[in-house]
Design a protein around this ligand. Structure first.
Ligand SMILES: Nc1ncnc2c1ncn2[C@@H]1O[C@H](COP(=O)(O)OP(=O)(O)OP(=O)(O)O)[C@@H](O)[C@H]1O
Ligand SMILES: [Mg+2]
Length: 411
């Protein structure tokens, strides 16, 4: 493959930190050539709760990826999560300038700036300004207005912002691991890059990245992000419930959940029995598998109800023909499709990461959608000035390409 750039994605999640190194070919194809996975310490519900522990986890994942690939990492696309993230839609309007009255790049940039001028409090940091589409002299649904003759240009944007302190804490942890940030990308939009098809996005679809501490949601309408949100629940809540309900340790609860759990009670026979160790007692207890799965079903049912409420909040209830795509480690739980379909009353599929090659037998499962999505995001946005975090660092596109080339030097 002819190599255009080497990109790095770092997904610092609540349960694990993943660093991926990907080669981008001339046609934008992405090939993963190295990965490093480290257990995450110091993150709670998608946010940094302990700087030192988070730095150690990130550094350990970065080192592993460097060792496996032989590359030295200097910069990366970094995922950001946590329920401090909020979004809103905003319209920017400008008069088309220039003597020919043709929409120029500058007009588009000014329209986007105007859309960004919504009240974002100073304690919030803008992470994304997604241009959803343009309205040119009242004509709606224009995807690319460049060169069109017009007097008035409007842009419809989806703006994502996060708490400045949370964003800075994550940024600090990445910098302390000696890695510069190319751009921060919210987990749901990264996961969407790796799991959704263009057709689904056109039709209207929801992606839910069910992680350990959070469930990150993005709703796409007319081909672009329309609503994003982060719910503070995930697989860890399920494991906690199992540990409490079965009076066993968290480690064992996690193991039992993965091995014997399902969110679909119809799969469970009443006579199925499991032997489970009890905390502080020798020997174990025999329980019905039903009991385990009822605990799991209750919590996952709550997760899907919360997702349903978020769909209502977006104003698109009943208007997502392509349904929901579940991904993240939590989507690996047996039976989630069935329960989600019942709760959300829409088509549901589990999405594994698509669109990248290399090492997929190790990382080709839903737990890596966000990290693979970061590489795809980077590949799609090569050479563009990031609008959100990263851009505000004063990094220009040329120096970003410089970083990517610097990533090429073997360590
Ligand atoms: N095979 C499996 N069956 C059931 N659950 C699983 C399986 N594999 C992983 N999980 C669950 O997925 C969760 C971790 O998912 P993931 O790796 O996507 O989270 P994360 O990115 O670290 O966290 P977050 O995105 O919330 O910050 C854990 O709660 C784990 O129990
Ligand atoms: Mg995650």
């Amino acid at each position: 493959m002819e190599r255009e750039a080497v990109l790095v994605g770092i997904d610092a999640g609540t349960t694990k930190v993943t660093t991926l190194i990907g080669e981008v070919g001339r046609t934008g194809d992405v090939n993963v050539i190295g990965y490093g996975i480290a257990p995450s310490a110091g993150m709670k519900k998608g946010m940094v709760a302990n700087i030192d522990q988070t730095v150690n986890s990130i550094a350990s994942s970065v080192e592993k990826a460097e060792r496996l690939s032989g590359y030295k990492i200097s910069s990366a696309f970094v995922s950001v999560g946590g329920s401090h993230i909020s979004s809103q839609n905003s319209r920017g309007v400008v008069a088309v300038s220039g003597h020919k009255r043709e929409v120029s790049r500058e007009d588009v940039a000014r329209a986007t700036e105007a859309a960004k001028a919504v009240q974002v409090p100073s304690n919030r940091e803008i992470l994304h300004v997604v241009a959803r589409g343009y309205i040119v002299d009242g004509q709606e649904g224009i995807k690319d207005p460049l060169g069109m003759s017009a007097v008035r240009l409007e842009v419809e944007t989806h703006i994502v912002a996060g708490a400045a302190t949370s964003v800075q804490n994550l940024s600090k942890c990445v910098s302390s691991s000696s890695v510069q940030i190319d751009e921060m990308v919210i987990s749901s939009l990264a996961a969407a890059e790796a799991t959704l098809t263009d057709t689904e996005k056109e039709l209207g679809v929801l992606v839910a990245d069910i992680g350990g501490g959070t469930t990150d949601i993005a709703i796409f309408v007319d081909g672009a992000a329309y609503h994003t949100a982060v719910l503070p629940v995930g697989g860890i809540n399920v494991t906690n419930d199992v540990a409490i309900g079965l009076r066993t340790s968290l480690n064992l609860a996690e193991e039992i959940k993965i091995k014997h759990g399902t969110a679909n009670m119809a799969e469970v026979e009443p006579e199925e029995l499991l032997n489970v160790a009890v905390l502080g007692e020798s020997g174990g207890q025999t329980i019905q598998r039903r009991k385990l799965c009822e605990i799991i079903e209750a919590r996952m049912g709550e997760v899907f109800s919360l997702i349903g409420e978020e769909v209502k909040r977006s104003g698109h209830a009943g208007m997502l023909p392509a349904g929901a795509v579940l991904t993240g480690g939590g989507a690996r739980l047996a039976g989630v499709e069935v329960l989600a379909r019942e709760t959300l009353d829409m088509p549901v599929r589990v999405g594994s990461p698509q669109g990248a090659g290399g090492l997929m037998d190790q990382i080709g499962n839903p737990a890596f959608s966000t990290s693979i999505g970061l590489l795809l995001w980077g590949a799609h946005h090569i050479g563009e000035e990031p609008i959100g975090y990263g851009g505000s660092n004063g990094v220009n596109p040329l120096s970003r390409i410089g970083e990517w080339i610097r990533n090429l030097f073997p360590g």
